[in-house]
Design a protein around this ligand. Structure first.
Ligand code: PA5
Length: 438
């Protein structure tokens, strides 16, 4: 049973406008479901939840995860973009805020920070650590650098043979440097299917393995996603409504969408969502710019802009109905802070009033509001939320008239970086850049 719901009642987009767009939205949905649009080679994510639940993959992931859980205090997940953001988002949403999971999960290969890597290396010295290295292409520079460093450190600390037991590679079935290395060294491996792009891969071993190693229930997550998969395979579904509404807002001049949470555990969910929508839609000089804020924290930094800045934005709030814990504001006999009027109330009541008050203020200020509600934060609801946003992203990209499943723009910085580093094969680009920079 899916508890996710979408409200567009405060978006300014009415049923008539949604009905007028319905033929286009239906066509976009059909492209996703039937593979009749551009990028159809990358639709493997569409049936991933139901297929994975029915296969023995979940069990294999749990078996490998159990070994890493038994033998490691720390597991470093190496990957960037779609190869790390989904796992990071889910683990951050589910783990206790001020404690680590057991084993703790750290991330590397998502930056080229020298201090970051040096400090990580210091931290791992003499620790029982393992590595999950995730790269579909197997050639991405950031994770390759991190893996080169940490593999050497693990082999020194644990010995080459034991290191090979503690390294798991998630990569292409046949191609790429990581696949060759994994075969040579005898690492356990999982496959990222050709037809699943990085940012749509959280419900594959890319996300499921780290999440299982952190101790979370991947079957419940797949269950939530599979239920949402079934719910989204028809016109009028929550994903259909969300995709159509945001597209109509874009056509009316709303160029920026802000994903808003009132639950600090969802910060990295916003990061995952930004990649999903940014890489899928930002092309051909089109696309809604995806931004994210954590409220009420960011009401004290970005709140002014959102309330009063250029009216090119709309917001999508992820509203979590019930927190896990109960905490009541105490009464104070002196009442110096004047808070006794809310004494005895739950913290979440105040948070909910901040959420409602902000929504009303934003509507009054010309910021259309969409709200996605889940009952609580758990594996099941996160699975459904992830699939909901993935499906909506596919529909939305086709409605926009772009191929939602490629990312040609990501290559531009890499070409320049390789040329500047004089990588063999880039001689002409190196010469051109050197001439340009003087
Ligand atoms: O969504 C994408 O395709 C990208 O963000 C990739 O996931 C990212 O660039 C990492 O690529 P790879 O997994 O090949 O190392």
């Amino acid at each position: 049973m899916n508890s996710l719901s979408v409200s567009v009642a405060d978006s300014g987009i009415d049923d008539k406008a949604l009905a007028a767009l319905a033929p286009e939205t239906d066509e976009a949905l059909n492209k996703v479901l039937n593979g009749s649009g551009e990028g159809a080679d990358f639709l493997g994510w569409v049936n991933l939840p139901s297929e994975t639940i029915e296969s023995d993959l979940a069990e294999r992931i749990e078996t490998v995860a159990a070994r890493l859980r038994a033998e490691c205090d720390t597991v470093v997940c190496i990957g960037i973009g779609g190869s790390y953001l989904g796992a990071k988002a889910v683990i951050e949403a589910l783990k206790p805020t001020f404690a680590q999971t057991t084993p703790e999960i750290l991330f590397a290969g998502q930056n080229i920070g020298e201090d970051y890597l040096a400090e990580l290396s210091d931290y791992l010295r003499n620790r029982r650590f393992g590595i999950i290295v995730i790269s579909k292409s197997g050639t991405t520079t950031e994770p390759a650098i991190a893996f080169r460093l940490l593999k050497a450190q693990l082999e020194t600390q644990a010995g080459k043979q034991q290191a090979a037991r503690l390294i798991v590679a998630v990569t292409d079935a046949k191609r790429g440097a990581l696949r060759s290395l994994a075969t040579d060294e005898g690492y356990d491996t999982f496959v990222i299917d050709d037809n699943v792009g990085g940012r749509f891969s959280v419900l594959s071993p890319v996300g499921l393995l780290p999440i299982a190693v952190a101790g979370f229930n991947i079957r419940a997550m797949l269950g939530g996603a599979a239920d949402m998969q079934a719910a989204c395979a028809r016109p009028g579904s929550p994903a259909w409504v969300y995709a159509a509404t945001r597209n109509l807002l874009y056509r009316s001049g709303k160029k920026i969408e802000i994903l808003v949470n009132y639950c600090p555990k969802l910060h990295f969910f916003g990061e995952w969502w930004k990649q999903l929508y940014g890489e899928s839609e930002g092309k051909d000089h089109k696309g809604i710019f995806p931004a994210a804020v954590d409220n009420t924290t960011d009401l004290h930094s970005m709140g002014q802009w959102i309330q009063d800045g250029e009216r090119t934005i709309f917001e999508t709030v992820i509203s979590v109905e019930s927190p896990d814990r109960t905490l009541v504001i105490p009464s104070d006999p002196d009442n110096l802070d004047g808070l006794n009027f809310i004494a005895g109330k739950r913290i979440d009541k105040v948070n909910k009033m901040a959420e409602l008050g902000t929504r009303l203020a934003h509507i009054d200020g010309g910021v259309p509001n969409l709200t996605v509600t889940i009952d609580s934060l758990n594996e099941y609801t996160l699975g459904s939320l992830i699939y909901f946003f993935e499906m909506a992203c596919g529909i939305s990209g086709y409605l926009l008239g772009v191929n939602p499943f490629n990312q040609p723009g990501v290559e531009a910085y890499k070409r320049n970086m390789f040329a500047l580093l004089a990588k063999p094969g880039y001689e002409a680009e190196t010469a051109a850049l050197r001439a340009r920079l003087g």
